[in-house]
Design a protein around this ligand. Sequence first.
Ligand SMILES: Cc1cc2nc3c(=O)[nH]c(=O)nc-3n(C[C@H](O)[C@H](O)[C@H](O)COP(=O)(O)OP(=O)(O)OC[C@H]3O[C@@H](n4cnc5c(N)ncnc54)[C@H](O)[C@@H]3O)c2cc1C
Length: 438
Amino acid sequence: MPLDILIVGAGVCGPALATLLLRAAAGHRITVVERCDALRTGGQQIDLRAQGIPVMRKLGLLDAVREVCVHERGVAFVDKRGSAKFQVDVNDSGKGGQGLTSEYEIMRGDLVRVLYEASLRASEAAAKKRGGGGGGGGVTYEFGVSVESIAQNENGDGGVDVKLSNGRQQHFDLVVGADGQGSRTRRQAWGDAAGRAAFHTLHSYGAYFTIPRDDAHDSDVAVVHHLSGRRMIVFRSNNRPDTQCYLFCNDGAQAATLRDATGATGKKSVAERKQIWREFFEDSDAWCRERVFAGLEGTEDFYAHEAGQVKMGSWSKGRVVLLGDAGYCPSPISGCGTTASLVGAYVLAGELARHQDDVGAALAGYDRVLRPFIDEVQALMPGAPTIGAPQTDWGIWFLHSLGKFVTTLKIDKLALSLMPEGKGGIPLPEYPELKLAE
Ligand SMILES: Cc1cc2nc3c(=O)[nH]c(=O)nc-3n(C[C@H](O)[C@H](O)[C@H](O)COP(=O)(O)OP(=O)(O)OC[C@H]3O[C@@H](n4cnc5c(N)ncnc54)[C@H](O)[C@@H]3O)c2cc1C
């Protein structure tokens, strides 16, 4: 300590890690490179759950999150006329587990901004602690920059020699890949084939976009409409001036076309991808059909994605370590992607603080301490995701009937009240070395 650290990716967990590291040791010199030209604030509603909530509390950021939370009262499952068959409400009692809607629903861009600004404040505070900012410590963001190559310096001090896309070459004690589920850092450090093979598709494909709000239909209850063929249309509006529309298809038999539609193959333009999504829902006779198509055509923030999980035998190689979706994406189906990335940042910073200048011991500790939690988060409900997206109209009828039975008898509420607040009941480890609020 202090260390020269490169964080690749200014998404959710990159800035969170920078904040945690600087709170523990004011002298760290942290560079965050983000391939986009500015902070990437796109994305729709994500949720903070389970052990992610105490991490934000420890960072002193839970009130800031609460201020920008969207207020979703629950999720209604509707038929093709838009009439609710049953509704699952949020558990806002502060006790027990979280249901489909978390107590902390937040737009991804708002969470990214909260964490980015916190890292800048932590950097200023660290400069004051160092007495005027000498020694080059703190965090520096470089936008529009990515990593060209990584070479482990195994014969020297065990650090990493990095070549950046702006031509600069620099030596770091540690490189942290926080660059999302398709992580290039993973492919650079583990090899292209191994890096790609770590991603396991769930054959669940989604398109996310913003459409104009329609006060006649949109409220603080999200709406889910199932179509046969394992398809879904979702609207979420809450207290926001616009409405989020999601289209999902969980049909593995259509994987080749759907991968084109997400952009994963890089073969189709945005207009072509939108057209594929339209064709997938063309046969719908739902009340919202024309609204979805008009919204899809007019939207400027179309984002599509193939859901899957990243599984790695080890999250570090030499002095390169993976964080968040890059190392252990649990998929949006788990509802815990953001939470896992924040808990990961907390444990990595905690282990580095605990082991001081022994980076190898810290990385081993990160794997050992975090793995049971990630195993728990990645263990999806048996049959997921297809179990929640029936193939036939009969299957949809059965899902609606079961949902009505469970919610009428309040079995869902009872189940949540009996569940532990933290995923799997696994306690968040304590790191007094991080010098956090609690
Ligand atoms: C634009 C966008 C929209 C999203 N929308 C949703 C959504 O609607 N719902 C949902 O559940 N999840 C969404 N996610 C995923 C969600 O943010 C993550 O699952 C979760 O929060 C974990 O965060 P993370 O920090 O590990 O990864 P991310 O939040 O994915 O952040 C990764 C960051 O790394 C950057 N990056 C990628 N490659 C490189 C590179 N080679 N060099 C430098 N930087 C790089 C990316 O631009 C991004 O800023 C979205 C992610 C992105 C990037």
